[in-house]
Design a protein around this ligand. Structure first.
Ligand SMILES: NC(=O)c1ccc[n+]([C@@H]2O[C@H](COP(=O)([O-])OP(=O)(O)OC[C@H]3O[C@@H](n4cnc5c(N)ncnc54)[C@H](OP(=O)(O)O)[C@@H]3O)[C@@H](O)[C@H]2O)c1
Length: 320
């Protein structure tokens, strides 16, 4: 079956490691199902995989992709991307042996993907296959950051670092739907203007001084924005961090953390119940993902390149 995959990672030139070609169709073990994929979405995770981050050589070749929508026996489904270890019954995000599709098990950028039946969610009729494919990683992560982790209440102000990214654009839309006042930073006028169009109350150049301090910051950028995130928080405020695109080791500035009594919360993906709550919020509020472009699987390299260069706004969807 046609797939986007990696056989040998390239930390220096990740894009050179991308392969588009034939891979064997999956078998479904007991309690797993084979999904016929209609759409997959691209995440920064797929670029990390091409660079070999979290994907050692012994797991290659690996089909890329954590997100998919498609059909099982003709029934439209969305795939929850977090795979737990056998017997795990608590919050899936806390399973020390959890993985995302394309880490231990073959990923979603292919004609078929095998997933545990418990990871299937019925796709509502008001959501297209392309829109649904955007949700399992970026949107679910943004939802959990804002609801489970941020401590925010309606009317509070949240700063979202990064305007155009998959998680950042989802957080902008969802935070606004949850009744928060949303401020965004971004690296170009066009990106700031797009963030305002999708619901931000104000948008600032990366690193700019804000008019007042915020109640929480949504962080996925890391080194490039971390010091600014700490400076922007009110005493007792919360940084929720789920990524470190620009680097994982910013100065910790512990003096600021304890004098200002800041809360630093790590966050990763979300549970299937949170996925259903996300869908409820989307149905009630009418919010939908910003899709930068839809590419056919043979043209997927164009999407990877745009993500690496940061020349996108929202999600890139791969139509299978
Ligand atoms: N823990 C989890 O479960 C989880 C889930 C999803 C994602 N993540 C992580 O979160 C991060 C974002 O993922 P994504 O898929 O949203 O990636 P993406 O779509 O490529 O977005 C990248 C974002 O980072 C910003 N950015 C990058 N370099 C920057 C810099 N030097 N200065 C300021 N901003 C910069 C961009 O801001 P501009 O808009 O200004 O260009 C953009 O908002 C990745 O590190 C990913 O691995 C983690």
């Amino acid at each position: 079956m046609l797939s986007a995959y990696v056989t040998a990672a390239d930390p220096e030139q990740p894009l050179a490691a991308l392969r588009i070609g034939e891979r064997p169709e999956p078998d479904a073990p007991d309690d797993w199902a084979v999904v016929e994929v209609e759409a997959a979405a691209l995440n920064r995770h797929d670029l990390w995989s091409l660079a070999g981050v979290g994907l050692p050589p012994e797991r290659m070749p690996m089909i890329l992709g954590t997100d998919a929508s498609g059909t099982v026996d003709g029934r439209p489904v969305i795939v929850h991307a977090v795979i737990t270890s056998p017997g795990w019954s608590r919050d899936v995000t806390l399973d020390p042996k959890k993985s995302l599709l394309s880490e231990l098990h073959q990923g979603t950028m292919a004609q078929f993907v095998a997933v545990p039946r418990g990871n299937l969610i019925e796709r509502p009729s008001w959501l297209s296959a392309e829109q649904a494919a955007c949700l399992p990683t970026a949107w679910l992560t943004a939802y959990r950051m804002l609801t489970h982790d941020s401590g925010l209440s309606p009317g509070d102000t949240v700063l979202i670092q990064g305007a155009s990214g998959g998680v950042a654009s989802a957080a902008t839309v969802l935070a606004s739907a949850l009744g928060f006042r949303v401020w965004v930073t971004g690296r170009s006028e066009a990106k700031l203007s797009a963030a305002l169009d999708r619901g931000a109350a104000a948008a600032f150049e990366s690193g700019a001084r804000l008019p007042e301090r915020v109640d929480a910051v949504i962080e996925t950028v890391g080194e490039a924005t971390w010091a600014h995130s700490l400076r922007c928080l009110r005493p007792g405020g919360t940084i929720v961090c789920s990524g470190a695109t620009s680097g994982p080791n910013p100065p910790a500035e512990l003096n600021r953390v304890f004098f200002q009594q800041l809360r630093v919360i790590g966050s990763t993906m979300g549970t299937i119940d949170e996925f259903r709550a996300l869908l409820d919020l989307m149905e009630r509020s009418g919010v939908r993902p910003t899709i930068d472009r839809v590419l056919d699987l043979p043209d997927a390299a164009e999407g990877f390149r745009a993500m690496a260069e940061g020349t996108l706004d929202g999600k890139i969807v791969i139509r299978v």
